[in-house]
Design a protein around this ligand. Structure first.
Ligand code: NAD
Length: 294
């Protein structure tokens, strides 16, 4: 079993760390919020008082932080964690950040002989709790092979997208498509209901027709259509509007960087931005339906 330092114990990192703890790994954890640490220490993990303390003699370092600035700040900025991590260690950076940030940190790690992969996840908080996340990895095949036994304790599907940063590119493409599909599904359902259809009947029809997609099959945005979807729980839990907005912003940055054209992604970004500005940033992203509902 590996000695693992886990940094960032929020909605995703908390349950991911818990799964590693339950699998018998020797876990040292750190978060800026003390309450986030308690669940892990109750499960047998040890608490570190700083991130630098957490990585002392760790064989593997895992981070799950909100955004690029937090990751750069942790590894290369004020916390300067790279100078505290042993040169034979393996770093799994699981946050969703810009591919440029992921490459920058991976290059700085490599310059110190530290192996690092970007391993953003898909599958939400439910997948984090159940240990069924999808990991989308960028980096060396050899580093991924070394990470595999640990990733398998937190996820079910593990993909190698390419070199450093490629995991983030693939994750951003997936989430841009998800944002577009959720807005499109909401628009179609609102059109049907405005013309007298029952949203459940229309959803059943779409789910077995050519417009079918993940939202109509598993995450319907109309309240009451799917008992367990966030829409039926006042859009609480799930994947927040502001997190979707962050990912659509990363898609826009990546498009600018590569001179790619993403008109639908940009339109979706504007819709979620408007929705967030109306005070809905913390609701689940399927609440975008309310922009279309009469
Ligand atoms: P979160 O805000 O719940 O958790 C982030 C945690 O990081 C917090 O507990 C915070 O205190 C901690 N933190 C921030 N800076 C720190 C630092 N310097 N040192 C130690 N701890 C620090 O966020 P989340 O929902 O867990 O998401 C984490 C990442 O996963 C994000 O990049 C997000 O885009 C991605 N993601 C989230 C979901 C989801 O459904 N929530 C799904 C897929 C991917």
């Amino acid at each position: 079993m590996s000695r693992i330092a886990f940094i960032g114990l929020g909605h995703m990192g908390g349950p991911m760390a818990l799964n590693l703890c339950r699998a018998g790994h020797d876990l040292v954890v750190f978060d800026l919020v003390p309450a986030a640490i308690k669940t892990l220490t109750d499960a047998g993990a040890r608490a570190a008082s700083t991130a630098q303390d957490a990585v002392k003699s760790a064989e593997v370092v895992i981070s799950m932080l909100p955004a690029s600035q937090h990751v750069e700040g942790l590894y290369m900025g004020e916390t300067d964690l790279l100078s505290h991590i042993g040169s034979s260690s393996l770093v799994l950076e699981c946050s969703t950040i810009s591919p440029e940030s992921a490459r920058k940190v991976a290059q700085a790690a490599q310059a110190r002989g530290i192996r690092m992969i970007d391993a953003p996840v898909s599958g939400g908080t439910g997948g984090a709790v159940a240990g069924t996340l999808t990991f989308i990895v960028g980096g060396d095949a050899e580093a991924l092979a070394a990470a595999m036994p640990i990733l398998e304790k937190m996820g079910k599907n593990i993909f190698h997208a390419g070199a450093a940063g490629a995991g983030q590119v693939a994750k951003i493409c997936n989430n841009m498509l998800l944002g577009i599909l959720m807005a499109g599904t909401s628009e179609a359902l609102a059109l049907g209901v405005a013309n007298g259809l029952d949203p459940k009947v229309l959803s059943d029809i779409i789910a077995k027709s050519s417009g079918r997609n993940w939202a109509t099959e598993l995450y319907n945005p109309w309240p009451g259509v799917m008992e367990n979807a966030p829409a039926s729980k006042d859009y609480a839990g799930g994947f927040g509007v502001d997190l979707m907005l962050k990912d659509l912003g990363l898609a826009a940055e990546s498009a600018l960087h590569a001179r790619a054209t993403i008109p639908l992604g940009e339109l979706a970004r504007n819709l979620y931005s408007l929705h967030s500005a109306q005070g809905n940033g913390r609701l689940d992203f399927s609440s975008i339906l309310n922009l279309f509902k009469k």
